[in-house]
Design a protein around this ligand. Sequence first.
Ligand SMILES: Cc1ncc(COP(=O)(O)O)c(C=O)c1O
Length: 374
Amino acid sequence: MISATPSMFDLSVARSATGGIDSFVDRHAPDVASTYYGSGKVALRDGLAGVAHPGGNVVVPAYLSPAVVEPFRELGLEARFYAIEESFAPDVADLEGRIDDETVAVMSVNYFGFPQPGLERIASLTDEYDCYHIDDNAHSPLSVHEGTLLGTYGDLGITTLRKLLPVPDGALLYRTDEELRERYSPSPLAGPSERVGTADCRFVATSVVGAVLERSPSLYRSVEAALSDGVDGSQSVDPEARYEAAKVPMSKLSASVTDGADPDEIRETRRENYRTWRGIFDERDDVTIRYDSLPPGISPYEFPVRADDPARLLAELEAAGVAGAHTWPILRQSVRGNDEYETANRLSAELVALPVHQGIEPSEIEAAADRLRR
Ligand SMILES: Cc1ncc(COP(=O)(O)O)c(C=O)c1O
């Protein structure tokens, strides 16, 4: 069965010949200051805290998970949403119309591990309006675009290790701008924890259960169904509660998995899995592949497609043993159903993301494709 995330028990995770994530970041962004956090959201808060002022605002894409703007709200900043185009590029007129004298920062998002189309345009707007550029690269810590590590394009950036590795938490804050570096004052949540905590133990226990369940798709589905009936399924957690839960330092377990990971091998495996899905979906005319081209250096987070009938595609995938496919994202309440954000709303319903993580063998994807064709 093809799961959503890699497991702690995938061997590729724990045999680094190249020095883990730290040395990858050093190699690709040697002049950037970076600090570990438990979550990208808290990293965003600490990164911007030194320059936030009451009454200020941050302009972010409407196509975004709802909790991501909570750190800005905690800093007293209004979150303003800009419309996006079908390609995920900003609707530049809409974006520009939302910037004013109180704008502290504009955020770009590199969706699914690919640079956001229009990244350079966002950088030139932030120069023009004299505000900061946040490069949100939560989706893919290992993506390098034309020699630049994604997340380090802006004055400030983040990436989330939990989306790459089998870890309970973990993120990096990048600071490239001189003034932001000087004004940065780390909160007690900065840096990895020195102790093994209950979250580490819980994560290992859950991973063991997950590894057992993965061998039995029918058992996996019944456990998943039972859990999704519960009142506290992750989709029902409100953004504020999600943010509060993210206020933890990076765990010791995450730090050691991060040290042991082999970035080059992980990126190569993800790329191969991406290409395998692409070959399979090329044949179908009810599905549009979002990124036909996979440029060198890109480490895909997932394989996103736009489906004519997303519910049918998800059902087909599940029946073929692909448990980890999903639509993305659930939008913030003020964006959901709002006509100003028609494209973001449509994409959040029609976009289906398929897993490409390093725990999957391309042959498993081929086998699932055979079942899909039947
Ligand atoms: C685009 C984007 N930015 C930021 C985040 C926040 O990252 P974290 O969960 O590490 O706080 C997410 C998480 O889902 C995300 O999708």
